[in-house]
Design a protein around this ligand. Sequence first.
Ligand code: SF4
Length: 252
Amino acid sequence: MAHISKSAFVRGIQCPKQLYYYKNSYNKRDALTESQRVSFKRGTDVGLLAQQLFPGGRDLTPASPWQYKQSANITRHYIEQEAAVLYEASFLYDSLYAIMDIVVNTSGSLKLYEVKNTRSVKEQHVLDASFQYYVITQAGFKVESIAIVYPIESPDDYDSTKPLSDLFKIEDITALVQERQSEIEKSSQYQVNMLLEPLPPETTIGNQCFKPYACDFMGLCWAGTPPNAINTIIGIDDDKRRILTEKQLLPR
Ligand code: SF4
């Protein structure tokens, strides 16, 4: 049975076919564009900086992204050993898998922190935190709260003589996440079953290819769609045109 991580789950919510390709045709994804590369690098840098808000933690970054059970067992061990702060801790519930950026553990009661390089909490952040919360609570852990940590200004402009807490906002979204739990259960079950099918779902291209994230499989999925049909199907604005030209699906 295929495992579903947070990033797989949010893909499946955006478009089930995208999740199917992610699990079955991973090597056919589009090459990363320069703006995606820059954005991922910034996200990683912000994540490492935010760890310093909770210093002295143990880094549990999995040795391999495929060692789900082993990584989750290591996390469980350190929580049981009362390690106070964990970075990149893994959790597994059936085939659902979550890695939490920062976990603060007080005698087995966990505070969860997901770091985002954003300037405000958006729907997609609540959705992926809801998935994390679902996996972690269903795996049997007691969760006290879950929050999004994000910089209120660009870290590049930040005056490093000021305390780091001036740069980051910690927004508690526990109540929002708890409201979404039955939806997460239903959607994750649908995704597990959908991935057992021999063929991808028949989703047609549309606006979901761009939001909240540009799909990595446009090259595969849009192959053969003539450039003049794209405008008819989705309507082109500047943002879509930039994405499509970066992916070489429209001429520059
Ligand atoms: S290109 Fe669009 S329709 Fe195709 S898999 Fe991606 S999101 Fe789905």
